[in-house]
Design a protein around this ligand. Structure first.
Ligand code: NOJ
Length: 756
C-alpha cells in the first residue's frame, strides 16, 4: 500500500512559510528571557536550584495523601529559598503572606508560584468541563476559563492545574466529569479554548494565569474505570486518541504540563522519558515545565518501578518531571544523587530554567505581590458579570435527549407544576465536583429557577427519593441511600394534582470527580421506582438530569416525555435550566460521550473498530453482541435535539487538489429558529492499521431560521485523512474513504470517494 509520511511533508511546509523575520523576532525575545534566567541560575547554589523544583501543599486544603509525610519546616524552608511554589494556598491575603516569607527572607528573593485546581471556576462556578464540551463551542471553553482565571488571579493565584484533557471512554471512571469526553477531535478544540482562555495573550496580565495540560498521559484509560489504575493501551491508541488534545494544548501555548499517576504500558507516566522528554519536550518543542501529579514521584515505589525514594527522584528527573508536587523526594534526595554523579546537574538546570522562565513570564520578578490585591479580589469574586456569563454558558451546555409531543418548551402560564426530587432543591449539587473556592450551597437550585421564571404558576415541591444523607464533601466518601421511600407518597400526591411534573434525577456531584469511580453507573436512591410511580398518575413528566457521567436512561426514557441533560451547571444552574425549560433559550448541546442502555456496555464509544463478526446473518449466537442487551448507545455521541427539527439532504463530495470538499444542505423544518451542530465523520475503509468505523473530523455550529436551508461546506485535507502509525508518524494511505455528515454520530448521510 502506498503511504505518504505526513510528518515530513508538514515539516517542509512549516520551514517555507515561517519567514525569516518572525523567526528572528522569536529568537531575540527568547534570548532576552534566557539571558535573565541564565544569569540568575549562575548565582544559585545547588540547594536553591533543587528548591525551585519543590512544590509544597499549603495545608489549607489537602487534595491527596502524602506517602512521605508532610514537611514540618515549610515556612523555614521557604525563607531559606528551598521552595519553588505552593499549591492549595489561595486568597490575596494568604498568598501575600506566603510570598513575603520567600521574597523578604531568602537569599535571592525568588518569588513562589501559587498553583490551585481552578477547574471550572474559582468561586463563580461554570458548568463542569464535560458539560462545557457538550456545547461544542470553543467560546464556552474560553469564557469559562477566562472568568476562572480572572477570579483566581484576583485571589493571588498564578497557575491552574487545568485543563484536564484526558480522553475518557469509561463512565465508571469518576474523573470523566472533568474531561472533554470520548473524542480526540472535540477534546482538542476544547483544549485549545481552555488554554487560550486561562492564559490569554499575555501571562503577565493580571487577568490571566498559567494553564497546565494534564494528565500526561492516558490516565483516562484506567483499567476497568477504577481510579488510579494501570493503563495498557496500544501505541496507535496513544498516538491517535490520547495525545491529540495534548498536542493541541501545546500548540495553544500551555505553559505547563502535569504528568499522571498511572503506569502506561509498564512504565509510570511520571518516570517516562518517552512521554516527557522525547515526545513533549523534543518532538513537540514544549518549553514550559512539567509538574508531577501529587506525590506521583514517590508513588513509583508502589508501582514497583523505583526501589526507594532516592531511586524515584532519579527516575523522575531523568524522565523530565521538572517539579515535585508534595512528593518531597527532590528536596530530600536530588542533592545526594547529583553529588554521587548519578544525576547530571544539567538535568536539574534544565528543570529550574523552565520553572524560572514561567515565573518571569508571569511578571513575578517585576512584582511578586502583583496578583495579591484584596480590593480586586472583593470586586471580582462572584461579580454579577461573572454570574451572568456563567448563566449564558450553562444554557449552551444542556442536551435535550427526548422531547415527545414537543412538551418542551413549557408555557409560562401553566396553572401548576410539581417540582420533584432531592436534587431539585439542592443549592450545592449543581456546583459540581472540583469546585475550588465555591461557597457551599451557593448555586441557584432548579426549584428556585422555576419559581422565579413563572411567578404566577403554582409551584409545589416534594423531595420524593432520597439519594444522599449526612455530610457531603469533596474529600470524604459519600453516603448513598438505597431503600428510603418515605418521600414517595407526597411526591405522588403533588404530581397527581399538578399540570406537569419537573422531575430532577441524577447523581450527587460527589459521585463523580477524583477518587469517585463506581462499579455501577445506574441512577441510585430509588429514582427509577419513583419515576414509574409518578408516571402512573401524571404522564406529563419532564426530567431534568444532573450527572457528571453518562448514565443508563432506558427506564427514565420509557417513563417520561422529555429529558434535558444539564450535567452540573454551576452557580446559575437553576436560572439557566428555567431559561431552557420555558423556551427563552433553545437547547443546542450535543453529547460529548455516549450514553449506554446498560452500565455493562462500558467502555462505550462511537469511534470503535469494527469486529469481524458484525451481523447476525444466520440467526445464531456467533456474532459480536451481548445476549441481554444492545451494542449501541441509547443516546449516541454527538446526539442532541432542539425545539425545532432539521433535515439533512444533498450530500455532495468532490475531490480537490488538497483532499475532498463536502457540502450538505440543512433545512430547518420546524416551527422556530434553531441552532444545529453539523458533524462530519470519516472512515478510512481499509488501511494498514484498521481504522475506526467513524471518526469526527469537523463540525460547524449554525443558527438556521425557520423554513430556511443552509448549505454547509467542509474541506478535508490529506492531513485530516491521515492517521498515526505505531511509530508515531502521521501517514496518509490513499484508497477508499467514507464521508459522513449528520446531526450525531449515528444518523448520517454517507458517500464514498476513492483518493489517489
Ligand atoms: C491530584 C490530581 O490528580 C491532580 O489533577 C490535581 O491537580 C492534584 N491532585 C492537585 O490537587
Amino acid at each position: 500500500m502506498k503511504k505518504i509520511h505526513f510528518s515530513l511533508l508538514k515539516a517542509s511546509i512549516i520551514l517555507t512559510l515561517s519567514g525569516i523575520n518572525s523567526c528572528q523576532i522569536a529568537v531575540s525575545q527568547k534570548s532576552s528571557l534566557d539571558r535573565k534566567v541564565d544569569s540568575l541560575l549562575s548565582i544559585m547554589t545547588l540547594e536553591e536550584k533543587i528548591g525551585q523544583t519543590n512544590l509544597y501543599n499549603g495545608n489549607s486544603e489537602m487534595t491527596g495523601p502524602s506517602p512521605q509525610g508532610d514537611n514540618k519546616n515549610k515556612a523555614e524552608n521557604i525563607k531559606n529559598g528551598l521552595v519553588g511554589g505552593m499549591l492549595n494556598v489561595f486568597s490575596a491575603e494568604e498568598t501575600q503572606r506566603a510570598q513575603t516569607l520567600a521574597v523578604e527572607n531568602s537569599r535571592l528573593g525568588i518569588p513562589l508560584i501559587f498553583g490551585y485546581d481552578v477547574i471550572h471556576g474559582y468561586q463563580t462556578m461554570f458548568p463542569i468541563p464535560l458539560a462545557q464540551a457538550a456545547s461544542w463551542d470553543i467560546e464556552v471553553a474560553k469564557i469559562g476559563s477566562q472568568v476562572a482565571a480572572r477570579e483566581a488571579a484576583a485571589a493571588g493565584l498564578h497557575w491552574t492545574f487545568a485543563p484536564m484533557i484526558d480522553i475518557s471512554r469509561d463512565a465508571r471512571w469518576g474523573r470523566i466529569m472533568e474531561s472533554p469526553g470520548e473524542d480526540p477531535y472535540l477534546a482538542s478544540i476544547m483544549a485549545k479554548g481552555w488554554v487560550e482562555g486561562f492564559q490569554g495573550e499575555d501571562l503577565a496580565s493580571l487577568e490571566t494565569i498559567a494553564a497546565c495540560a494534564k494528565h500526561f498521559a492516558a490516565y483516562g484509560y484506567a483499567e476497568a474505570g477504577r481510579e488510579y489504575n494501570t493503563v495498557d493501551i496500544s501505541m496507535q491508541t496513544l498516538y491517535n486518541v490520547v495525545l491529540p488534545p495534548f498536542q493541541a494544548a501545546n500548540d495553544a501555548g500551555a505553559a505547563t504540563f502535569m504528568n499522571a499517576f498511572n503506569i502506561l504500558n509498564g512504565i509510570p507516566a511520571t518516570g517516562s522519558s518517552f512521554l516527557q522528554r522525547e515526545l513533549l519536550k523534543e518532538n513537540w518543542g514544549f518549553d514550559g515545565f512539567v509538574v508531577s501529579d501529587w506525590a506521583s514521584i514517590p508513588e513509583m515505589i508502589f508501582h514497583g518501578s523505583a526501589i526507594d525514594t532516592s531511586h524515584a527522584a532519579e527516575l523522575a528527573i531523568k524522565a523530565g518531571s521538572d517539579m515535585d508536587m508534595q512528593g518531597m523526594v527532590y528536596e530530600k534526595k536530588l542533592k545526594q544523587k547529583i553529588e554521587e554523579g548519578l544525576v547530571d546537574v544539567q538535568l536539574l538546570d534544565d528543570a529550574v530554567r523552565r520553572i524560572l522562565k514561567i515565573k518571569y513570564r508571569l511578571g513575578l520578578f517585576d512584582d511578586p505581590y502583583r496578583y495579591s490585591d484584596k480590593e480586586k479580589e472583593k470586586a471580582e469574586l462572584l461579580s454579577k458579570k461573572n454570574l451572568d456569563l456563567s448563566r449564558e454558558a450553562a444554557k449552551k451546555t444542556f442536551v435535550l435527549l427526548k422531547n415527545k409531543e414537543n412538551i418542551l418548551p413549557l408555557e409560562k402560564n401553566l396553572h401548576s407544576i410539581a417540582v420533584i426530587g432531592q436534587l431539585a432543591n439542592s443549592k450545592d449539587v449543581p456546583l459540581g465536583s472540583w469546585r475550588a473556592q465555591a461557597i457551599t450551597n451557593s448555586a441557584v437550585s432548579v426549584l428556585e429557577g422555576i419559581e422565579s421564571a413563572v411567578p404566577k404558576t403554582k409551584v409545589v415541591y416534594a423531595q420524593g427519593y432520597t439519594l444522599t444523607k449526612g455530610d457531603r464533601s469533596f474529600t470524604q466518601e459519600l453516603t448513598i441511600v438505597e431503600g428510603d421511600k418515605s418521600g414517595f407518597d407526597e411526591a405522588i400526591r403533588l404530581s397527581k394534582r399538578s399540570d406537569l411534573v419537573v422531575l430532577v434525577l441524577g447523581e450527587d456531584c460527589f459521585q463523580s470527580g477524583e477518587g469517585r469511580s463506581q462499579t455501577d453507573i445506574a441512577l441510585k436512591g430509588n429514582q427509577i421506582d419513583l419515576i414509574k410511580k409518578i408516571n402512573e398518575v401524571n404522564k406529563n413528566i419532564v426530567v431534568v438530569l444532573m450527572t457528571g457521567r453518562p448514565v443508563p436512561l432506558t427506564e427514565v426514557s420509557e417513563n417520561s416525555k422529555a429529558i434535558l441533560q444539564t450535567w452540573f451547571a454551576g452557580s446559575e444552574a437553576g436560572n439557566a435550566i428555567a431559561d431552557v425549560l420555558f423556551g427563552d433559550f433553545s437547547p443546542a448541546g450535543k453529547l460529548p460521550v455516549s450514553f449506554p442502555y446498560h452500565g455493562g456496555q462500558e467502555p462505550l464509544y462511537y469511534c470503535r473498530k469494527s469486529t469481524g463478526r458484525q451481523f447476525n446473518r444466520e440467526n445464531n449466537v456467533f456474532w459480536s453482541h451481548y445476549t441481554d442487551g444492545p451494542n449501541d448507545a441509547l443516546y449516541p455521541f454527538g446526539y442532541g435535539l432542539t425545539y425545532t427539527t432539521f433535515e439533512y439532504s444533498n450530500l455532495d463530495i468532490a475531490k480537490t487538489n488538497k483532499g475532498v470538499s463536502i457540502d450538505v444542505d440543512i433545512t430547518n423544518t420546524g416551527e422556530r429558529a434553531g441552532t444545529e451542530v453539523v458533524q462530519l465523520y470519516i472512515r478510512d475503509v481499509a488501511a494498514s492499521l484498521a481504522r475506526p468505523i467513524k471518526e469526527l473530523k469537523g463540525f460547524q455550529k449554525k443558527k438556521i431560521d425557520k423554513g430556511k436551508t443552509l448549505t454547509i461546506e467542509f474541506n478535508l485535507t490529506i492531513e485530516d485523512l491521515s492517521f498515526y502509525n505505531t511509530e508515531g508518524e502521521k501517514v496518509y494511505e490513499p484508497g477508499e474513504f467514507e464521508i459522513m455528515v449528520g446531526p450525531d454520530s449515528k444518523s448520517v448521510l454517507s458517500k464514498k470517494v476513492t483518493l489517489e
